[in-house]
Design a protein around this ligand. Structure first.
Ligand SMILES: Cc1ncc(COP(=O)(O)O)c(C=O)c1O
Length: 389
């Protein structure tokens, strides 16, 4: 063989039997071969084998299996971002003329998707509050309602929906339920009979703010029906990103516990602060969501919001004064993050809707990182002093 050819058809390294790497390799190959065409067509090859990385690849498959198992389901599809997961969970389950029920208390791009993008395809929506069971029941009972998407807890105001109630109402009206469980975490809410659970893996799953991903999790039949859509849409998660998320997941439980503990400490500190009028964190015993969250979840996560009775100018001054909290709209990283809620998450809401959602000019969301909570509290304290000097 000429060297030019060898440079392309490279030697392979086969591991001796039993000589296994502890960390699985990253499969970067786009294409996978079979000895003969006919071999590629067997049931086993089609079920377990690999052909083209947009369809499936071993590293991504490993991540899908882990996510499915953590949520107590059979199967999952990993995609390139959390929003791709939202689109994948919704589109294949909808046709023109169908209605989606979603909640005022939700992540802004999901509202945008439902109120602006899907309108174009004659997919209608009803927006109700997670705290209004009568409105939920009425919306689910509409003949054209096919699907409901909700979060637990909600982004950005940490409201806790009654999952069992939503599932029961949905089942009674034959409505498909989709839970965006990004804030809840991969270990929570799997016991509820929800049809599809999705996550932005960009957050707590990967945990370090250096990779994006999303996943839709469900029973084999539902995931099987989404798979051809995922392949055709091309929203595939690539092997490198899957590897990074798998690496993050090794420390997921340790990190999530610490995020919860630190967020709780900071929520307690804020609750006692003279400049803070209200704290939204379902881990606090006087939070309206405390009882539900305690029964539904193991740990309330690392995100909390709070209100100051102040102008937008003072709120922004407070945020700008923070040194350890970076001003960005993401959550779930090792470092702490801060966001002005009205500007980042409620620009599309009318004044009335924002008020119903509890969002004011002085509402701030914190994603509590893994720094020492004493340092974070000292940083918050100096920012209060600076903003209200
Ligand atoms: C609740 C929720 N769902 C979905 C997403 C979208 O995730 P991604 O940014 O990975 O697309 C986010 C992102 O912040 C989120 O908070």
């Amino acid at each position: 063989m000429k060297k030019e050819t060898r440079a392309i058809h490279q030697p392979s390294v086969d591991l001796p039997e039993g000589n296994e790497p502890l960390v699985s390799p990253i499969y970067r190959s786009v294409k996978y071969s079979f000895p003969r065409i006919a071999d590629a067509l067997t049931i086993e090859a089609r079920r377990d084998g690999f052909d083209y990385a947009r369809d499936a690849s071993p590293t991504t498959r490993q991540l899908e299996r882990l996510c499915a198992e953590l949520q107590g389901r059979d199967d999952a599809i990993a995609v390139s971002t959390g929003m791709a997961a939202v689109w994948l969970a919704l589109l294949p389950n909808l046709s023109a003329g169908d209605r989606v029920v979603f909640f005022l208390e939700c992540y802004r791009p999901i509202r945008t998707m439902l109120r602006e993008r899907l309108e174009q395809f004659d997919i209608r929506h009803s927006m109700v509050s997670v705290h209004d069971p009568d409105a939920i029941r009425e919306a689910f009972a509409l003949e054209d309602t096919k699907l409901a998407i909700f979060e637990a807890p909600t982004n950005p105001m940490l409201q806790v929906p009654d999952i069992q109630k939503i599932v029961d109402l949905a089942k009674a009206s034959d409505v498909v339920t989709v839970l965006d469980n990004t804030f809840g975490g991969l270990h929570n809410h799997g016991a509820y009979d929800i049809d599809l659970i999705l996550h932005s893996l960009t957050k707590y799953a990967s945990g370090h703010g250096d990779v994006m991903g999303g996943v839709v999790i469900g029973d084999r039949k539902r995931i099987g029906s989404l798979k051809p859509w995922a392949i055709n849409m091309g929203a595939t998660l690539d092997g490198d990103a899957a590897f990074m998320i798998l690496r993050g997941l090794r420390t997921y439980f340790l990190r999530y516990r610490q995020h919860c503990a630190s967020a709780h400490t900071i929520a307690e500190y804020l609750r006692g602060h003279s400049r803070v009028s209200r704290v939204f964190y379902p881990g606090l015993s006087d939070d309206p969501g405390f009882a539900l969250a305690s029964s539904q979840m193991d740990g309330c996560g690392g995100v909390l919001s709070f209100q100051m009775d102040c102008t937008q100018e003072i709120c922004w001054k407070f945020i700008d004064a923070l040194q350890l909290f970076a001003t960005v709209s993401s959550v779930g990283s090792t470092e702490s993050l801060v966001a002005p809620v009205k500007l980042y998450f409620a620009r599309d809401l009318s004044e009335q809707e924002a008020e119903r959602a509890g969002i004011t000019d002085g509402t701030v969301r914190l994603s509590v990182g893994l720094e020492h909570p004493d340092d974070l509290i000292a940083d918050l304290e100096q920012a209060f002093a600076c903003a209200f000097e």
